[in-house]
Design a protein around this ligand. Structure first.
Ligand code: FES
Ligand SMILES: [Fe+2]
Length: 361
């Protein structure tokens, strides 16, 4: 629980509430096309598709006639046609056609959500539509996306049976690298290194610098330089409520043609509901993707986190709430700061209620 003035929020990893007033990633841009795509996002059924002009559309995935899923229908031009009785709805959600005739019932429309393509992903705003500002879609340019000399690829999407706060905090916590990933991306030094936390207005950075560190085989395959010792800086970053980054900067100790290189993982986290989460990943590098198996190896590595988060969730769900206590240690500083930022976002939504009347209950 987290309390801000008189309002209490559940921010327990395992059942934490999520803000509605935020841009979340709904899908990769290539997933959304001219076949309706169903997604459960923020506890709502959503159908995604593209118009003939290639613009993304997101509608509440339920026909207001008799409740058939719109995603089970087909596209007719820019409209979606319900597969039950053929009613058609426009990208704005208005009813455009009733094949069996008669008047359109007053108020019969489908909720349409603001959506936009950016950085290889389709972003959706499911909170108060009056607050949806496309300028507020996170700028992934700061991570190297779209920047000259950088190499950027979208990577795997994960579906976790876990509350969104578990992966969000996991990514901010580099101390688990030494244990959960056991030798995969370090040789045992990360957990014991001091951390520096930097809090900016909308983001938290947790930085560790390790001098003259023996690198793991996977790190060597990713960065590909001669020798196996390097100075490494790991910056874990969180932009509440849903964006995380892990930046690894490597400088070889031995003289080599390679100088400082950066590998930046970006993860967008989208709650499907309180206990299921989507996790979209992308990588930006200052050097080419030299490891031919980088996708599989990154997926396998992140699947270790997914398995751990699912174990924590399953345990959380199997015991009474009063037994699910947690104690914060020094290394959790960043995570606790992130929680208080999310609590502030929730409070802002509660004190300025959504114009649609929908609440994150
Ligand atoms: S349920 Fe959609 S047209 Fe009847
Ligand atoms: Fe991890």
């Amino acid at each position: 629980m987290n309390t801000l003035s008189h309002i209490t929020f559940d921010l327990t990893p395992g059942s934490a509430q999520y803000p509605l007033d935020a841009w979340y990633v709904a899908a990769t841009s290539v997933e959304v096309g001219n076949t309706p795509l169903h997604r459960r996002l923020l506890d709502k059924p959503v159908v995604l598709y593209r118009t003939r002009d290639n613009l993304p559309v997101a509608l509440f995935d339920r026909c207001p006639h008799r409740g058939y899923p719109l995603s089970a229908g087909i596209l007719v031009g820019d409209n979606i046609q319900c597969g039950y009785h053929g009613l058609e709805f426009s990208p704005g959600g208005g009813c455009e056609l009733i094949p069996s005739g008669g008047q359109t019932p007053a108020g019969m429309k489908v909720r349409s959500y603001p959506v936009a393509d950016a950085w290889g992903w389709v972003w959706i705003w499911m909170g108060d539509p009056h607050k949806a500002d496309r300028e507020k879609i996170p700028d992934l340019g700061i991570y190297g996306f779209g920047r000259e000399g950088w190499f950027v690829e979208t990577a795997a999407t994960f579906e976790l049976r876990a509350n969104y706060l578990l992966p969000f905090e996991n990514l901010l916590d580099a101390t688990h690298i030494t244990f959960l990933h056991n030798g995969q991306i370090d040789t045992g030094e990360v957990a014991g290194k001091p951390l520096e936390m930097v809090v900016e207005k909308e983001r938290i950075l947790v930085i560790r610098r390790i001098e003259n560190e023996l690198q793991s085989p996977l790190t060597m395959r990713t960065f590909a330089f001669n020798g196996d010792r390097a100075h490494r800086t790991i910056t874990a970053e969180a932009v509440p409520p849903n964006l995380c980054g892990i930046k690894v900067e490597l400088e070889p100790v031995e003289k080599s043609a390679v100088e400082r290189q950066i590998n930046q993982l970006v993860v967008a986290i989208t709650p499907q509901d309180r206990t299921n989460t989507l996790q979209f990943t992308a990588v930006a590098q200052t050097f080419p993707f030299v490891n031919p198996r980088w996708r599989e190896e990154l997926r396998d590595l992140l699947n270790e986190d997914v398995a751990a988060m699912e174990k924590i969730q399953a345990l959380h769900d199997s015991i009474p709430r009063e037994e699910a206590v947690e104690f914060g240690i020094h290394a959790d500083k960043g995570a606790y700061r992130a929680r208080s930022m999310i609590a502030r976002m929730l409070r802002d939504e509660t004190t300025s209620p959504s114009a649609t009347g929908e609440q994150n209950a």
